[in-house]
Design a protein around this ligand. Sequence first.
Ligand code: HEM
Length: 479
Amino acid sequence: MIQFLPIPHLIIISYVVWILYRILKHKTNKVNLPPGSFGWPILGESLSLLRAGLDGVPERFDQERVEKHGSSQVFKTSLFGNRVAVLCGPAGNKFLFGNENKLVAVWWPYSLRKLFGKCLVTSHGEEAKWMRKMMLSYLGPDAFATRYAATMDVVTRRHIQVHWRGKEEVKVHQTVKLYAFELACRLFMSLEEPNHIAKLSSLFNIFLQGIIGIPIDFPGTRFHSSKKAASAIRTELLTIIKERRVEMEEGKASSSQDLLSHLLTSSDENGRYLTEMEIANNILILLFAGYDTSTVTITLLIKRLGEHPHVYDKVLKEQLEISKAKEVGELLKWEDLQKMKYSWNVISEVMRLNPPTIGAFREALVDFEYAGYTIPKGWKVYWSAAGTHKDKANFEDPTRFDPSRFEGSGPAPFTFVPFGGGPRMCLGKEFSRLEVLTFLHNIITNFKWDLSIPDEKIKYIPMAIPEKGLPVLLHPHQV
Ligand code: HEM
């Protein structure tokens, strides 16, 4: 576009940009900003962050800068066109989680906000609190976990029967992706028909590609395709919502059968209900938030168990004890999941080493002080799970896989933060705990496996992905 502008226009535009840059620099020079560098104009230090992710070590970005700028555990940078303060370690996490809606508020990139419309993650303050409450009354441990453990087990068994049994080799990442999507469709909307799920899943995968990226909207760009896919999914969801309303009126669907029924029939104390569009947008955000995160966790769990046979044996022992105490074919119950203590320690260690969400952004609502520095209003503020989890100040020999770290009282507060913390803590923590444990129970009591590529590299784009999709050779147990 720029190349079609006449030279005098280009000179004037460059001059205005330069003046604005000087004004901003002058303004920010007056306050005591954290140490660090804004890197290149516009690009900032984004390439270093992306490079660290592609090399499989996202924490390198924080570590290099903390080492360079001293012990204050805060530095400034510029990422994707935004001025950013990175608050490192447990003190930074505690500060940000404790100051939500006071000094900072959750912030997502423009592309995400545009694609999701009005929903939990694009709302703030009272509105967000309200939406969280509506969804938590289904997804929280009290309601969800006690009621839906058996349904999760049914879906998991069927998935393993169709996609794993009888196969010599399985590509774990893409197969688990399908599982995570099927499970969410079943529990959120009671969708079971494979073709319907496949259609939604392919739209969803197009949609995901535009979420993180440059939001240029014209035919041929990723963002444009993503927007079209989002609109097609929304139309589909609105049809499902309307059909459900009719089914409920006719007594053919119950108000407790899934998340959709729950959201259609739940109001707050003032009698306020979510609109159909708000329900569609929130289901879309839940599908998004739970899809790659759970997929990554299960995939890397399979990888770690393949790498550490003695851990595999201990997990198998725990899971077989649970199976043996049940009747043949009896489904998992909430109480069974509570017994999976060692298994959960192993999963926690997987998430410590490779946090599915490496960190997240906030926006400064006002100028505020942190560690003696000023963070100006409007700056983005980042907390880093990857950096915190790999800091030797928080975990001895931090790159070693060692589930025993989670025994007893476990890691110190705010050092283990795969689900974030504070008012914006992951809403699907209980859902994903059940999902990963149920999958683990079913896979490990059916198979042992060998990694087809033992040293397969993990890269982050921005979620962790094994470079070749983690192919494994399956060996069914002879029991
Ligand atoms: C192992 C799996 C998962 C991990 C590691 C994970 C991690 C996270 C993290 C770190 C955040 C906080 C981001 C922030 O501070 O802004 C978050 C938020 C969120 N997660 Fe998860 N998540 C997982 C699974 C799920 C699932 C299965 C669902 C849905 C059922 C879900 C729904 C959400 C939602 C809706 C939010 C936004 C909450 C808000 O802004 O109020 N997550 N997740």
